[in-house]
Design a binder for this molecule. Structure first.
Ligand code: ADP
Ligand code: MG
Length: 318
C-alpha cells in the first residue's frame, strides 16, 4: 500500500476556463492540459493526489443545452443532479486524459480515474428554505413567469444591476461524501483520483433511500469534507489569486502568509473575504484544521509546487 503524503487539491474555475474564453471544449481541454503540468510535478515529487474541481460555468451551459433541447427538439430536460453528473464526467475525462498523457511523457507509471461522486446533505439544512446560489441564464420577466408556470417550485431573484431574473437554488452544507470508501481504496492502490467535481451531486437520504436534489454544494467545502473523510495530510485550494487577503482590493490590502484557524475565523467574522468566492475557501481551510488536518493552503494554480514547499500562498495551521 502506498503511504506517501496524501494531498487533496481543489482546482478553481481558472483551471478550466480563463477570462476571454468562450467555453468551447477545445479551450477547456487546453487549459486542463496546462494545469496537468502543475499536477504532474506534484505526482513526480512522490505525493498521492486526489483532485476536485468546480463546475459553475459548465453546469450552467449544460442546463442551457437541456433547456434548448427541450424547446427546439422536445428532448426532455434533465434535472440538476443529472446535469451535475454530466459535468463530472466530461471534466473528469479531460483531467484523466491530460494528466495521464503528461505522466506518460515523464515516464511515470500512474493512472488517473474519475469517480462520479454523490454528497449527502441534510434535508433540514436551512439552505433549503433560503435558496441563494444563482444558476443558469438571465431571463426577462416574461420568460421567468413562463418557466414559473411550468415549475412553480423554482425560485427566481431579480438582479437589477445586470437587468434580469435568475434562478436560485439552495447551497446546503456537505455532510458526507457517499463514495469516500471507494475513493480511499483507489488512492491506497496508487490511483490518482478525480472526485466530488462541482461540489458533488447533492443527495438526501430518507428512510434508507437516497435521491438527488436541486441544489449546488460549494466545491471548496465539499473538497474539504472529502479531504477530512479520506484522511488527507494536506488540503490545497488552487485559484486565480495568490492567497487570502485582508482588506482585499483596498489600498491597504495585505496578503495573509500564515494563520491559525482561530485567527482566520476572526478575520472571516470581520468580513474580509468575498461571500461567494474567498469566504468558502477560508472556511474550508479552517474546517480542515479544526478536524485535525495538518495544513491547508490557498494559492495560485501555477504556484502549486511553491505552495507545498511553503513559499507561496496563505497557509492555515493549528
Ligand atoms: P475559484 O473559481 O477558483 O473557486 P473564485 O472566483 O470563487 O475562484 O474565488 C477567487 C476570487 O476571490 C479572487 O479572484 C478574488 O477576486 C476574490 N476574493 C474575494 N475576497 C478576497 C480576499 N479577501 N482575498 C483574495 N481574494 C478575494
Ligand atoms: Mg472563479
Amino acid at each position: 500500500m502506498d503511504r506517501s503524503e496524501l494531498i487533496v487539491v481543489a482546482l478553481g474555475g481558472n483551471a478550466l476556463l480563463r477570462r476571454g474564453d468562450k467555453g468551447s471544449f477545445e479551450e477547456q481541454y487546453r487549459n486542463v492540459g496546462d494545469a496537468a503540468k502543475y499536477l504532474a510535478d506534484i505526482v513526480e515529487a512522490g505525493h498521492r493526489l486526489v483532485i476536485t474541481h468546480g463546475n459553475g460555468p459548465q453546469v450552467g451551459a449544460t442546463l442551457l443545452r437541456h433547456d434548448a433541447g427541450q424547446k427546439l427538439h422536445s428532448i426532455p430536460a434533465f434535472p440538476m443532479d443529472a446535469c451535475g453528473a454530466e459535468t463530472q464526467g466530461f471534466i473528469g475525462y479531460i483531467i484523466q486524459q491530460n494528466l495521464r498523457n503528461e505522466l506518460k511523457r515523464r515516464g511515470i507509471d500512474k493512472y488517473v480515474i474519475t469517480v462520479v461522486t454523490r454528497v449527502i446533505v441534510d434535508k433540514n439544512d436551512p439552505a433549503f428554505s433560503n435558496p441563494t446560489k444563482p444558476i443558469g441564464p438571465f431571463y426577462t420577466k416574461e420568460e421567468m413567469e413562463k418557466i414559473k408556470a411550468e415549475h412553480p417550485e423554482y425560485v427566481f431573484v431579480e438582479d437589477k444591476a445586470r437587468g434580469g431574473w435568475r434562478r436560485v437554488v439552495p447551497s446546503p452544507d456537505p455532510k458526507i461524501i457517499a463514495e469516500r470508501h471507494a475513493i480511499r481504496k483507489l488512492v491506497d492502490e496508487g490511483f490518482i483520483v478525480v472526485a466530488s467535481g462541482g461540489g458533488g451531486i447533492p443527495i438526501v437520504e430518507e428512510n434508507g433511500r437516497a435521491y438527488g436534489v436541486e441544489a449546488v454544494i460549494d466545491k471548496d467545502l465539499a473538497g474539504e469534507k472529502l479531504a477530512e473523510l479520506i484522511g488527507a495530510d494536506r488540503f490545497i485550494i488552487l485559484t486565480d489569486v495568490d492567497g487570502a487577503y485582508l482588506n482585499y482590493g483596498k489600498p491597504d490590502q495585505k496578503k495573509l502568509e500564515k494563520v491559525s484557524a482561530a485567527e482566520a475565523r476572526r478575520y472571516l467574522e470581520q468580513g474580509h473575504f468575498g461571500s461567494g468566492s474567498m469566504l468558502p475557501k477560508v472556511l474550508a481551510c479552517i474546517r480542515f484544521i479544526e478536524a485535525g488536518g495538518k495544513e491547508a493552503v490557498i494559492a495560485e494554480l501555477s504556484q502549486f509546487k511553491e505552495a507545498l514547499a511553503g513559499s507561496a500562498g496563505t497557509h492555515f495551521t493549528p
